[in-house]
Write a protein that binds this ligand. Structure first.
Ligand SMILES: NC(=O)c1ccc[n+]([C@@H]2O[C@H](COP(=O)([O-])OP(=O)(O)OC[C@H]3O[C@@H](n4cnc5c(N)ncnc54)[C@H](OP(=O)(O)O)[C@@H]3O)[C@@H](O)[C@H]2O)c1
Length: 319
């Protein structure tokens, strides 16, 4: 991993050419996290290692991507990559996120250092037009600008026979490295499980958080059993957990598993489940990206600590 000193030297050298560098320096100024190793996890189907915290791109990331000035997102992507992270989760349906991230990554020379996980979904009323699905995938290739693309997943279980069929064909042809399926709706976990049992997928993307643990019952154990990697979505419940926590101080015992912030507390809860490959919170702020990557450092909670975290959060008022 790049040391802090190496990173600063590299940024100083590149600074003149990179419009995003100055703000990024600020983000790193007060933090020491680059000096420690980040936890990496193996993608079960290949053993390829990825850093266990990445970046999502709906929510605030997509709001900024849609705005006039999206330069902060360059800082966020640089903070991800320069700290040793790589997984970037996006989708054509996240407004301008995929396009803006692809453009910025190219401009900053980061495209090949990012693990691009995007999605396909053109299913209308249950069925997807194969030509439209292929056209959407082709647009994602153009936006991302790498070939192969690391990962395509069928978004929200949309028309699996058609869309997964295309992804399998493209994986076979060497255009896509990994394929998968996503759902963040507990009501569809049975459908998700059926795809996990019946399709040769590498990944699922699923919602999981300290106050949203339904995936533990069937989905996460099944992922372990079938050797499927897990991208954790919505680890903060978007705004839900932030609202519940409010301005409470982090409990002192969070230091027992090296969580220094609430974000790290919530990320470490997810990471402490052995099925999880990578947690991908969305952020539009470089210092939050650095904070989140800190969730991949040091110890992760053990079973007793997990129970304590759940009890603490369950006792908070719901917003
Ligand atoms: N069906 C699907 O395929 C599906 C569904 C849902 C989500 N996803 C994926 O999962 C990703 C994550 O889910 P999400 O974006 O819905 O919600 P989330 O990651 O749980 O929460 C994002 C929110 O947390 C804030 N945040 C991030 N880091 C923070 C930090 N260190 N300190 C304080 N606030 C912080 C962000 O604001 P700031 O910008 O201010 O940091 C944003 O408001 C998505 O972006 C998307 O890539 C996929």
């Amino acid at each position: 991993m790049l040391s802090r000193r190496d990173w600063l030297r590299r940024t100083a050298l590149a600074g003149a050419a990179l419009p995003f560098a100055p703000r990024l320096l600020e983000a790193f100024g007060s933090r020491e996290i680059l000096t420690r190793e980040l936890i990496r996890r193996a993608i079960p189907s290949t053993g390829e290692m990825v850093t266990s915290v990445g970046l999502g791109s709906s929510a605030t990331f997509s709001q900024v991507a849609r705005s006039e000035d999206f330069s902060a997102l360059g800082d966020v992507l640089r903070a991800l990559v320069d700290n040793g992270g790589s997984v970037f989760d996006t989708a054509p349906s996240y407004g301008a996120s995929e396009e803006v991230a692809g453009t910025i990554a190219r401009e900053l020379g980061l495209s090949d250092q990012i693990f691009w996980a995007t999605k396909v979904n053109v299913a209308q009323q249950g069925s997807a037009d194969p030509a439209a699905a292929r056209a959407q995938i082709a647009r994602s290739f153009e936006r991302i600008g790498t070939d192969p693309v690391d990962c395509f997943q069928v978004h929200n279980l949309g028309d699996i026979p058609v869309q997964m069929g295309i992804l399998k064909e493209m994986k076979e042809a060497g255009r896509i490295r990994y394929i998968g399926v996503t759902s963040t709706s507990e009501g569809r976990y049975n459908d998700l499980a059926a795809v996990m049992r019946n399709e040769p997928i590498d990944f699922i993307g699923v919602d999981y958080a300290v106050d949203n643990r339904s995936a533990e019952e069937m989905i996460l154990p099944l992922a372990q059993e079938r050797g499927i990697g897990v991208l954790v979505y919505v680890p903060f419940g978007r705004t839900r957990l932030w609202n519940r926590i409010g301005d409470r101080e982090l409990p002192e015992w969070a230091a027992d598993f090296d969580a220094q912030t609430w974000a790290q507390f919530m990320i470490k809860f997810c990471l402490s489940h052995p099925a999880v490959t990578c947690v991908t919170p969305a952020t539009s702020r470089p210092h939050h990206m650095v904070d989140n990557l800190g969730g991949a450092m040091g110890r992760v909670p053990d079973e007793a600590q997990r129970r304590r975290m759940v009890a603490y959060v369950e006792a908070l008022p719901t917003a």
